[in-house]
Design a protein around this ligand. Structure first.
Ligand code: NAD
Length: 360
């Protein structure tokens, strides 16, 4: 069979994440031909040249190159809209880094140009391929512990917000736009078609005042699913990445490498306990169970079978290539992004007003 022509690809915004795209796409996506980068900062252009990468002299030069069919935008957040629209108007397919943009109105402008030009327009929601997320999803989807009524999804750091544009509002800084968008996308993807009923959020400003440097948000979905999503940048004990409470057990996924376990009840009826001394009082309700009625199991990620099932991140770019060739439809869709951007706005609004937002 004749080989399909490669998709010509270039990148705008050759910073930290831009370098990651270049390194990983070149390594893992043979159907893409990498043509070069453009960054507004000369030092980043120079860095590209030092690495043997073609640095286009301007954005216009990159977008006017007829070999370029696909552009990834990995700039700061506030210019994603402008660059994506410019690229689509030049006849380029576009991947925007997350967050796709900073408001629902801005997203609608981007989608309108995608519709008008017929170009592919999608967003790099790479954390849909995180192991820890896929592990939590499998436990919930497989009903391993019965109905999971409470889900806690956290990332914790202790270095404050990075001292770059992430601390500045006009660039789209803040942890809601940074990590929040990943964790919310995972949550919405995992919950599928279930309605998100309400949103309540508290924003933190420990190390920086202008934007949130962390948040905790509570989401209620229909079918009795409650989520706590938390991002903190100023705490020195990292709580587990995931904590799941099901009818018949609890699961802890400690980190991105999926360390953790599931503990399930073996004998529900055997729930009587002798009261124990607890602090300055007595409790029977909180007395820990013995091994006679509970059993610990490994996480699904511990098994070989599950390892084989986990799809790697490269699936994102493979899908983009296949969509451009008309062989698949895009995995990260406009409607998912509409819901996500609306959710981010609800989190920020609730964080500012202190009110619960009725969502869907
Ligand atoms: N998906 C992920 O896992 C992930 C991880 C980190 C960052 N990101 C996203 O990637 C984007 C970049 O983040 P980063 O950490 O690499 O930041 P960064 O500051 O390291 O890089 C941004 C680069 O964009 C360049 N830039 C800014 N405006 C530009 C313009 N108009 N034209 C061309 N270049 C321009 C800057 O000079 C800089 O080199 C952000 O949207 C961020 O949210 C995604």
């Amino acid at each position: 069979m004749a080989e399909k022509p490669k998709i010509g690809w270039a990148l705008i915004g050759y910073g930290g994440m831009g370098s990651w795209h270049v390194d990983n796409v070149r390594k893992q996506i043979p159907d893409i031909e990498f043509l070069g980068v453009y960054d507004i900062k000369e030092e980043r252009q120079q860095r590209a040249r030092e690495k043997g990468i073609h640095a286009y002299e301007s954005r216009e030069a990159l977008l006017s190159d007829p070999r370029v069919q696909l552009v990834t935008i990995a700039t700061t957040n506030e210019v994603h809209e402008e660059i994506a629209i410019d690229a689509m108007r030049h006849g380029k397919n576009v991947i925007s880094e997350k967050p796709v943009t900073l408001s629902p109105e801005s997203l609608e402008r981007m989608i309108a140009v995608a519709e008008e030009t017929g170009m592919l327009f999608t967003v790099h929601q790479n954390r849909r391929w995180d192991w820890d997320y896929l592990c939590a999803k499998k436990i919930i989807d497989d009903n391993t512990m019965g109905h999971v009524f409470q889900i806690e999804s956290r990332v914790h750091g202790s270095r404050g917000i990075p001292g770059d544009w992430r601390g500045i509002k006009k660039y789209g800084g803040g942890m809601v736009y940074d990590w929040g968008v990943h964790l919310f996308d995972q949550m919405l993807t995992l919950m599928g078609d279930r309605k998100l009923l309400s949103v309540y959020a508290q924003l933190t400003h420990v190390t920086v005042g202008e934007v949130d440097d962390g948040f905790r948000a509570i989401f209620k979905f229909e079918d009795d699913y409650s989520w706590l999503v938390e991002v903190l940048t100023n705490n020195f004990y990292s709580l587990p990445r995931w904590y799941l409470c099901g009818m018949n057990g609890s699961a802890v996924i400690k980190d991105w490498d999926c360390r953790g376990s599931i503990t399930m009840v073996e004998d529900w009826e055997n729930k009587d306990a002798l009261p124990i001394q607890a602090g300055a009082g007595l409790t029977k309700t909180m007395a820990p169970r013995g091994t006679d009625s509970i059993k610990e199991f490994p996480l699904p990620s511990d098994t070989k079978a599950w390892n084989d099932v986990v799809k790697s991140w490269s699936r994102f770019y493979e899908n983009v290539v296949a969509t451009i060739r008309g062989e698949e439809t895009q995995i990260v869709t406009w409607d998912q992004q509409r819901r996500l951007v609306k959710l981010i706005k609800a989190v920020l609004d609730s964080g500012e007003s202190g009110e619960v937002i009725r969502f869907e």
